[in-house]
Design a protein around this ligand. Structure first.
Ligand SMILES: [Mg+2]
Length: 275
């Protein structure tokens, strides 16, 4: 089975999650803590509900003959008899969903192995707008089913039009990004790592800066979308990401842009601060 054959399954998952989650976003019931996820974050009712939908669809896929191995944020790993990995963050941007802020997504990927370079299909859907991004390795990136044909924001070589920043609270990661902030016309911290990378792939975000390590797992599909759109991503020090593990315990920093010029400029800014 080709990775592309997963696309209708992922779309069905996203449609059902969207129908169930959106009405509960921002409610007391939705944000109730129900346990601790395998990814290390607290699981709220919305996470649990979304993951239950994923598992139900994958059990159905298994019954129709598909064999794979699921890695999902809350439950961890579940074997469905095959070596291809299906990665699932049922709700990326949980805090936004919990607080009723309309920027959260379902994130799915299929990989042949446990490294970024082995990701074959990446799928992200904004659950509020139903805006959908996906990429198939070697076959391009798509937004709402149409080839993504991004045009990077104009870059004058001196300032970055819009920087999306992602980091936990605290001063240290902000200090690591200070040189970038100094050259940014606008800065955003929106709260869904997957959607941020999709909008980097679409050119709306000129630079994604993630100076403190975040879970690599959520980034696997979105990074394929960026790569297939023609963008470039490294870790914050400029090292390649291809060999990074996609498993739940793996973490990485990120510096990503659709534009190689913006990426090189950011590398220079970050590099200048290293003693
Ligand atoms: Mg999540």
């Amino acid at each position: 089975m080709t990775s592309q054959a997963w696309l209708p399954i992922f779309r069905a998952i996203a449609a059902e999650i969207r129908a169930e989650i959106v009405p509960l976003a921002g409610t007391v019931r939705g944000r109730e803590v129900v346990g601790l996820g395998a990814g290390g974050d607290r699981t709220i009712y919305l996470d649990q509900l979304a993951e239950g939908i994923v598992v139900r669809h994958l059990e159905q896929a298994y019954r129709s003959g598909l064999r794979f191995h699921l890695i999902s944020e809350e439950l961890g790993e579940r074997d469905f008899g095959g070596s291809a990995l299906v990665l699932c963050d049922p709700l990326d941007g949980s805090v936004n969903a919990k607080m009723g802020l309309p920027y959260y997504a379902v994130v799915l990927a299929v990989t042949e192995g446990d490294r970024f370079r082995e990701v074959r299909l990446g799928y992200v859907q904004n659950l509020v707008t139903a805006d959908e991004f996906h990429a198939i390795e070697g076959a391009g990136a798509f937004r709402n089913g149409k080839p993504l044909q991004p045009s990077p924001a104009a870059f004058d070589g001196r300032s970055i039009p819009l920087v999306s920043f992602d980091a936990p609270s605290g001063v240290e990661p902000r200090e690591r990004a200070a040189a970038i902030f100094a050259k940014a016309e606008k800065v955003r911290q929106l709260g869904s790592a997957a959607l941020n990378l999709c909008h980097t792939a679409a050119g709306g975000v000129a630079l994604q800066a993630t100076p403190a390590p975040v879970r690599a797992f959520d980034l696997a599909g979105p990074l394929l979308i960026l790569r297939e759109a023609g963008g470039v991503a490294t870790d914050y020090d400029g090292d390649p990401l291809e060999g990074v593990s996609v498993r739940l315990d793996s973490r990485t920093t990120v510096l990503a842009s659709l534009s190689a010029q913006v990426h090189a400029f950011a590398r220079q800014l970050v590099g200048e601060r290293v003693p």
